[in-house]
Design a protein around this ligand. Structure first.
Ligand SMILES: Nc1ncnc2c1ncn2[C@@H]1O[C@H](COP(=O)(O)OP(=O)(O)OP(=O)(O)O)[C@@H](O)[C@H]1O
Ligand SMILES: [Mg+2]
Length: 449
C-alpha cells in the first residue's frame, strides 16, 4: 500500500506541475484532456479544483462546479501541506460501499497556490488483500499458539510429570518405602526408565522382605533351643532329690540343644561368609574323586551308627578347578542329609558323573524321598519338610541353601530327583574349568606367585 501511495503522490505532483500553466490560463480543453489521459493511466478519477476548492475539471464530468471539502484538498489549498492523501469509505453509483484513496497536490504558479490536482482511486482490492494477509497472520498466530500449547502439554505429560513421579518415588525408596512404583505410560526412554525403576524397587522390596524374614527365622531358630535349655535347667534347679540318672539325662538333652545352637550359629556364620566373601575364592586344581572319597570316609562312622551303608564309587581321576573347602562343605551337607533322612538298613551311594564341560557329584539314597511340592522349597533358607521330626534330627533347614550358594559361587547348580518313599538323588553340577576368573581376583594373584 505504501508503494502505491508513493507512486501516486509522485504522479499527482507531476500532474499538478503540468497543469499549472493550463489552469492559470483557464485552458479548459487542455486541462480536460490531461485529466482524461491521467485518469486512464491510474484507472481512477482526476479532478482539478481552483484555489477555492471549486471543481474546474472532473475526468468523470460529474462534479464540475461543485465544492470539494475533503481533508486532503483543504490541507493543500490552505498551504498546510504541498501534498496530502487519505482513505475514504465511499459509495459507488450502484450503492456498494468501497474504500477509495484520495491524493491531492497543490498547483503552484509563481509561489502562489492557484488550485489543486486530486486523484481518486478504488483501493478496495488492496484493502481486501491486506484483510486476507491479516486473516492469514491471525491463522498463523492461532496455529502457533495451538502448537505451543500442544508442545508444552506433551513436554509436561511426557517429560516433566514422569520425572517428577520418578523423583518422588526415589524419595519414598530413600525413606524405606520399597513398595512404591511409578506409572509411566508410553514407549519412550522415560517410560523405559520407569520400568527399570519399578523392577529395581521390586527387587529392593524383595530383598527387604527376605532380610526381615531371615532375621525373624534366625531369631526363632535360636530361641527354640534356648527355651528347651531353660526348661531343662529350671526343672533341675527347682526339684529336690533328683536321681543321678535323671540329672544325666537332662544334662545330655541340654548338651544336645547346645550342639544344635552351635551348629545353627556355624551355619549362619558360614552362610554370611559365603554371601559376603564371594570374591575371596580359593581356586585350586582339585581331584574331585579324592575329595569325595575323603568326605565319605569321614562320614562313615555317622552312617555306621545309623546302620546305613555308605559307599563311594571311584570314577576316574577327574581334576576340576574349585574351592576345595567349600565343595567339601557342600558334599558334607548332601551326605549328611542322605544319612539323616534314610531309615536304618538303607543305602547311600556317592559317585561322580562327567557331562562334557561339567561334572556332577551324585549323592543317592534309599530314604524317605521328597514330594514334588517340597522339592520346590528345600533350597530355601530354613525350609524343612517335617518340622517336628527335624527337631529330633537337629536340622535347621540351612544345609541345602548353603549347598546352593556354593554351587552358584562356582557357576554351577544343584538338582534333586526324588519321589515320596522312593529315595532321593542330589546332583551338584560344577564346571570343570571352575568359575570364570573375573569373579576371583585372589586366584589370579596366586597363579602369578
Ligand atoms: N536326602 C534327603 N531325603 C529326604 N529329605 C531330604 C533330603 N535332603 C533334604 N531333605 C529335606 O529337605 C529339608 C531341607 O534340607 P536342609 O539340608 O536344607 O535342612 P536340614 O537338613 O533340615 O537342616 P540342616 O542341614 O541345616 O541341619 C530337610 O529338612 C528335609 O526335609
Ligand atoms: Mg541338611
Amino acid at each position: 500500500m505504501n508503494q502505491r501511495v508513493n507512486q501516486r503522490m509522485q504522479e499527482v505532483n507531476d500532474f499538478s506541475v503540468n497543469v499549472s500553466g493550463p489552469l492559470s490560463r483557464t485552458d479548459a480543453e487542455s486541462l480536460y484532456e490531461s485529466a482524461i489521459a491521467q485518469g486512464r493511466d491510474i484507472s481512477g478519477r482526476v479532478l482539478i479544483v481552483n484555489e477555492s476548492g471549486i471543481v474546474q475539471i472532473d475526468s468523470f464530468s460529474v462534479l464540475n462546479g461543485a465544492q470539494i471539502t475533503s481533508r486532503e484538498v483543504v490541507e493543500v489549498l490552505s498551504g498546510e501541506k504541498d501534498a496530502s492523501f487519505g482513505y475514504h469509505r465511499i459509495q459507488s453509483e450502484s450503492g456498494e460501499d468501497f474504500w477509495a484513496a484520495y491524493y491531492a497536490s497543490a498547483v503552484i504558479l509563481d509561489s502562489q497556490t492557484i488550485g489543486a490536482a486530486v486523484f481518486s482511486e478504488n483501493v478496495q482490492d488492496l484493502v481486501d488483500k491486506a484483510g486476507l494477509i491479516r486473516n492469514q497472520f491471525l491463522m498463523i498466530f492461532v496455529g502457533a499458539t495451538v502448537v505451543i500449547f500442544g508442545l508444552s502439554y506433551i513436554s509436561t505429560n511426557h517429560i516433566s510429570r514422569p520425572l517428577a513421579q520418578l523423583r518422588e518415588s526415589a524419595m519414598e525408596i530413600t525413606k524405606g518405602n520399597f513398595a512404591t512404583r511409578v506409572h509411566i505410560k508410553g514407549k519412550n526412554e522415560i517410560a523405559e526408565l520407569g520400568k527399570v525403576f519399578n523392577s529395581m524397587s521390586a527387587k529392593l522390596e524383595n530383598l527387604d522382605q527376605q532380610r526381615s524374614e531371615f532375621v525373624s527365622n534366625a531369631s526363632h531358630e535360636l530361641k527354640t533351643p534356648l527355651a528347651s535349655i531353660k526348661i531343662l535347667t529350671e526343672s533341675l534347679l527347682y526339684q529336690d532329690n533328683i536321681p543321678e540318672n535323671v540329672y544325666k539325662e537332662f544334662l545330655g538333652d541340654i548338651n544336645q540343644e547346645i550342639d544344635r545352637l552351635t551348629n545353627l550359629i556355624n551355619d549362619l556364620l558360614l552362610m554370611t561368609k559365603i554371601e559376603n566373601d564371594k570374591e575371596k575364592m580359593d581356586r585350586q586344581q582339585v581331584s574331585i574323586d579324592l575329595l569325595l572319597k575323603k568326605a565319605v570316609v569321614a562320614l562313615k562312622p555317622l552312617a555306621d551308627q545309623k546302620d546305613i551303608e555308605l559307599s563311594f564309587t571311584w570314577n576316574q581321576n577327574t581334576v576340576i578347578t574349585c574351592d576345595p573347602m567349600r565343595i567339601r562343605q557342600a558334599v558334607n551337607n548332601l551326605i549328611d542329609n542322605a544319612v539323616k533322612y534314610t531309615p536304618a538298613g538303607g543305602r547311600v551311594d556317592v559317585g561322580l558323573e562327567v557331562h562334557g564341560e561339567e561334572v556332577a557329584i551324585v549323592v543317592k539314597d534309599t530314604g524317605e524321598g521328597i514330594s514334588k511340592e517340597d522339592q520346590a522349597h528345600i533350597f530355601d533358607r530354613f525350609y524343612r519338610v517335617d518340622k517336628a521330626r527335624s527337631r529330633e534330627t537337629g536340622g535347621t533347614g540351612l544345609g541345602l541353601y548353603i549347598v546352593q550358594c556354593i554351587a552358584l559361587l562356582h557357576e554351577g547348580r544343584v538338582e534333586v530327583e526324588s519321589e515320596k518313599g522312593q529315595g532321593s538323588t542330589f546332583r551338584l553340577f560344577l564346571p570343570i574349568a571352575g568359575p570364570s576368573a573375573g569373579q576371583d581376583m585372589g586366584a589370579k594373584e596366586e597363579k602369578k606367585a
